[in-house]
Design a protein around this ligand. Structure first.
Ligand code: UD1
Ligand code: CA
Length: 481
């Protein structure tokens, strides 16, 4: 075996999900079901089992068989895969045959076809590689993955003869009571000899259910005395998602796996039961996650951070040594040593530079806050650019939305500026470097650098010395720590 093609079946109706969304797009740990399968398929070449294969295997992009709600799947995965179409959903065997042209168009022509189902998201690359390796070692016509399930499961039963040879796979609907008591089940991962696969699928008759089952090929190969090999995997890896109960089971297993990966990689998770981390999240070692913390999307977190309790972080980048307590962050960048909360909210486009401190009940949106700046309690910064070492007093508001023109304007605050408590900044407005506003100022005009302005509306009262001793310069400002 020198090359293999991978075919992932994703055309089924998914009726048991009772959803208008394609079953394969239902999220599991923040990624569509199908994405988990594709990731496992794509990472086969980096596994230990694959390395042990003597032949050099080359694989193209996986071929995904689309049918029901094909457009939704196409939109989600684009050119990550190659695609084949199954116009009518006549069963898993029929679906694989729909991929024949796509497989046969590959150069070099693969000897082996690896088939996976798009609804088994927990299958890992290592076990897929083991199925390939076993198939190669045994020079089998079919090699498939099995698991042990309890007798009430809805998986196809693996029927063996008295010598332990596989004879057939029987689907639950057609199984006799005796066959139903078999606990070895079909996980839905197969390697086939390509030439044999096309010949046999083309000749396969419709079964009693009126469909073409891929599993019926086992009996065909058995009758021809062909080599059929199996690999035994864990039940978890084989879990198929047909309904939302199984979706929740898969979610639990996947989440536990993700938490364990992080813990083994050096992240402390105080309470795994209340910590949720999506599969795309990266966290560096020595970071501590406190209870009730939910980290989703493509989020990256540095080392020695302390996050939580009660914190949600989505699609964000967090540097090293940050402390985030009881806060919510979306599409936010925190550089190193930012401290936040409790009860802060960073909305999309918030970027807090190194050492920023954000107090409780603050909100920042689409704004940059420079190094070492303080954004004190009860503040709102929207569409603002704030320089380094700025003090934003408690209750400061950028009034960025003009209700009359429906436009949003920017506020710019220079480095070293001091915005007194309860200031309302009405943009477009620029406050110069080291300028100051008095408490309760309404700032609707630019304030030049090194000047003090206050009042409603704020007007420049005087120029400030360039010394940085705030207390000496403006005792009347009522700085609040
Ligand atoms: C299938 C297996 C069963 C196995 C189980 C493992 C068959 C006949 N049965 O049952 O032995 O234990 O998976 O999870 O294969 N699909 C198509 N086109 C179709 C029908 C299905 O692309 O016409 C796709 C589905 O989108 C799905 C996969 O094939 O991703 C499996 O189909 P499904 O109906 O879920 O099969 P199961 O009943 O779970
Ligand atoms: Ca299934």
């Amino acid at each position: 075996m020198n090359t293999y093609a991978t075919v992932v079946l994703a055309a089924g109706k998914g009726t048991r999900m009772r959803s208008t969304l394609s079953k394969l797009l239902h999220p599991l740990a923040g990624q569509p079901l199908l994405a988990h399968v594709l990731k496992s398929v794509e990472t086969i070449p980096s596994t230990a089992a694959f390395a042990s294969l003597r032949a050099s295997l080359t694989a193209s992009r996986p071929i995904v068989v689309l049918g029901h709600k094909a457009e939704q799947v196409l939109e989600a995965f684009g050119d990550r895969c190659l695609y084949a179409r199954q116009e009518e959903q006549l069963g898993t065997g029929h679906a694989v045959l729909a991929a024949q042209d796509a497989v046969d168009a590959l150069d070099p022509l693969p000897e082996t076809v690896l088939v996976c189902y798009g609804d088994t998201p927990l299958v890992r690359s290592e076990i897929l590689a083991q199925v390939l390796a076993e198939h190669s070692a045994r020079q089998a016509t079919i090699t498939f993955l099995t698991a042990t399930a309890d007798t009430s499961s809805d998986y196809g039963r693996v029927v063996r003869d008295s010598h332990g040879q596989v004879r057939e796979i029987v689907e639950v609907k057609r199984a006799t009571p005796e066959q139903l008591s078999i606990t070895e089940v079909n996980s839905g991962v197969y390697c086939f000899d390509r030439a044999w696969l096309w010949k046999s699928l083309t000749a396969l008759p419709r079964n009693a259910a009126g469909e073409y089952y891929l599993t019926d090929l086992i009996a065909v190969a058995g009758a021809q005395e062909r080599a059929i090999a199996t690999v035994q995997g864990s039940f978890d890896e084989s879990l198929g998602v047909n309904n939302r109960v199984q979706l929740a089971e898969a979610e639990q297993i996947m989440r536990r796996r993700i938490l364990e990966q992080h813990m083994y990689a050096g992240v402390t998770i105080i309470d795994p039961a209340t910590t949720y981390i999506d599969s795309d999240v990266q966290i560096a070692s020595d970071t501590v996650l406190l209870p009730n913390t939910i980290i989703t999307g493509k989020t990256t977190i540095g080392s020695w951070c302390r996050i939580g309790p009660g914190t949600t972080i989505d699609q964000s980048t967090i540097g090293d040594r940050c402390v985030i307590r009881n806060s919510a962050l979306e599409e936010t960048v925190l550089e190193d040593e930012v401290s936040m909360g409790p009860f802060s909210h960073c909305r999309p486009g918030a970027h807090l530079a190194r050492g920023v401190r954000m107090g409780n009940f603050g909100e920042i949106k689409n704004s940059y806050v420079g190094e070492g700046s303080d954004v004190h309690h009860f503040s709102y910064l929207g569409d603002a650019t704030v320089g380094d070492h700025v003090n934003i007093g408690a209750g400061t508001i950028t009034s960025n939305y003009n209700g009359l023109t429906k436009q949003k304007y920017r506020t710019t605050i220079g480095s070293g500026a001091f915005i007194g408590c309860d200031s309302v900044l009405i943009p477009p407005v620029t406050i110069g470097d080291h300028a100051m506003t008095g408490a309760s100022s309404l700032v609707n005009k630019d304030i030049p650098a090194h000047t003090l302005a206050y009042g409603v509306p704020a007007r420049v009262a005087r120029t400030l010395p360039t010394a940085t001793d705030e207390d000496a310069v403006a005792p009347e400002l009522g700085k609040q720590e």
